[in-house]
Design a protein around this ligand. Sequence first.
Ligand code: C5P
Length: 241
Amino acid sequence: MTDPQLSPAARLFVALDTPDRAVAERLIRLLSPYAAGFKIGKTLFTAVGPPIVAAALDAGARVFLDLKFHDIPHTVAGATAAAARLGVHLCTVHALGGRAMLQAAQDAVAGQPAGVARPILLGVTLLTSADQAMLEEVGLTGTPETVAQRLARLSIACGLGGIVCSPREIAGVRRIAPDDFVIVTPGIRPKDAASDDQQRIATPSEALAAGATYLVVGRPIIAAPDPVAAAQRLLEDIAAS
Ligand code: C5P
């Protein structure tokens, strides 16, 4: 079940997909009042590191650290514990890393000492860039949709707090997930916006109606001539849903 109490801004994470610290800090300053927080992924974190997480937290925003950990269980547990110590709210691991890795990551979250915030651990099901040919080449059986559903089930079975999935998979996952399960979806485009390279897109209202908890939006906001106006328009779309 999604929380109907969340305000439109509390639904939105803006993807800071830039390697430039000054650009990211400007976007944080401009957009903090219009979003729950910011998604910091591999590009920005590799370029700038923990100080950009601190900058977002200092602005009063939540951080979604999207580093999609995938390694042996011990290493992923260590990385997840380090993410928790940064104070992030959401953190991703690849569900393809398997049961032992997912459980080790979840145990690392649960094992944080008092005083360290426990992030919500999200399993990344299948990247939207994966198509049938790619699955066959790496030896995964089923369609992208059935593989994503299988990985969502595994994430739930391992006690993760949520998943990242495409708009197309939200409703199916919502049917099998615990009530408080967090579903985060990228691939969101306002009506009439460019799809960029996203294949499976939805409008904010479609994604929320299907059961998304949080929407991740990057280029439609950060590449807009006026990012604040773009964010405000998106919040209007959310409010209208
Ligand atoms: O610019 P755009 O709104 O397409 O940004 C979406 C963000 O969500 C990007 O940071 C992208 O890497 C991320 N993402 C995605 N599809 C996934 C997982 C993450 O678009 N399956």
